[in-house]
Design a binder for this molecule. Structure first.
Ligand code: A3P
Length: 331
């Protein structure tokens, strides 16, 4: 098959010789969709993504004010990116919002992924685009676990926000997303094979339990450095979570802002309904050719119940509960 027809994260036409040598020594597995995954620092990656991570680890120079938005795939990073951008943009767009960057850019274009965009094909990407405008800090996103991120930024006081979501909903979301970008009908067999991969731990960016635990522990050890957020809590009380985020990032809402409705404006602008309705998100695409509209679906808590059988749900719950035992983290 022509490499161009293969999704970008599965292509191996851009691997350096060094990476080829490294991956030949790594543990590898074929996932249930027939693609080769490599285990690097305890996490499973396709080769192109691994190249992006290595490029990042070897070349990135942190700045003290950097912000990293981390998540397991399909945990709601689109929303968190939009909120974080809005926090730093709020003083520049009082109420009218006419030229707000979110009106003409998808959140993933404003906060780009380290391994899936910036460093995917480059050792030295132009990081100027990570800074929206002065005095906003640089903002990046990633799906790599904390261990792999921290190796590169360990002495930096930068801020890391981790967004966690009930993994059953994230799995169903990933299934829809995958079928959409591969332009395939939503197929139960695909969901079942993704479920098997998930349960075995051998899935892209898995195992989930190690991923979530890395950030959970990081947030307990260094609460001023790592903020642990939950999608479900954001849905339940968006005001409280937005406030928490602003305080963590050192840009808390003033009393006047709270009283003048600044939080309502941000939450409205970043709502799934509003964002998905914007022209840019209805018609635009990522640099990897994925339609922005695929990042917006239902945004509900508990949608997995409509797709996973009770047996599948309880199997995942049992595995996750066992793996998280003793950590203090519960779902
Ligand atoms: P569903 O597929 O369950 O609807 P990510 O942003 O990490 O790729 O995750 C995508 C999930 O977040 C999708 O979940 C999507 O609908 C949801 N989402 C995207 N934007 C959102 C927003 N502004 N508010 C709430 N949920 C949002």
């Amino acid at each position: 098959m022509d490499q161009k027809e293969i999704p970008r994260n599965l292509r191996d036409d851009n691997l350096s010789e060094e990476t080829k040598t490294l991956i030949s020594q790594l543990q590898s597995e074929i996932d249930t969709q027939g693609n080769k995954l490599y285990n690097y620092q305890g996490c499973w990656y396709y080769s192109a993504t691994l190249q992006g991570i290595l490029n990042f680890q070897r070349n990135f120079k942190p700045q003290d004010s950097d912000i990293f938005i981390a998540s397991f795939p399909k945990s709601g990073a689109t929303w968190l990116k939009a909120l974080t951008v809005s926090l730093f943009e709020r003083s520049k767009h009082p109420s009218s919002y006419v030229d707000h960057p979110l009106l003409s850019n998808n959140p993933h274009a404003l906060v780009q992924s380290l391994e899936a965009n910036l460093y995917l094909d480059s050792q030295t990407p132009d990081l100027k685009k990570a800074k929206l405008s002065s005095p906003a800090p640089r903002m990046f996103s990633t799906h790599m676990p904390l261990l792999s991120l921290q190796e590169t930024i360990k002495d930096s006081p930068c801020k890391i926000i981790y967004l966690c979501r009930d993994v059953k909903d994230a799995l169903v979301s990933r299934w829809y997303f995958r079928c959409s970008y591969l332009k395939k009908e939503v197929d139960r067999h695909v969901l079942e094979s993704m479920f098997e991969s998930f349960c075995s731990g051998v899935s892209f960016y898995g195992p989930f339990w190690d991923h979530v635990l890395s950030y959970w522990r990081g947030s307990l050890e260094e609460p001023s450095h790592v903020l642990f957020m939950r999608y479900e809590e954001m849905k339940e009380d968006p005001y409280a979570q937005l406030k928490r985020l602003a305080e963590f990032l050192g840009c808390p809402f003033t009393k006047e802002e709270e009283e003048s409705g600044s939080m309502d404006e941000i939450l409205e602008l970043c709502s799934l309904r509003r964002l998905s309705d914007l022209e840019v998100n209805r018609t635009g695409k990522t640099s990897n050719d994925v339609d922005y509209k695929f990042f917006f679906r239902k945004g509900e808590v508990g949608d997995s119940k409509n797709h996973l059988s009770p047996e599948m749900e309880s199997k995942i719950d049992k595995i996750v509960q066992e793996k998280l035992e003793g950590s203090g983290l519960k779902f």
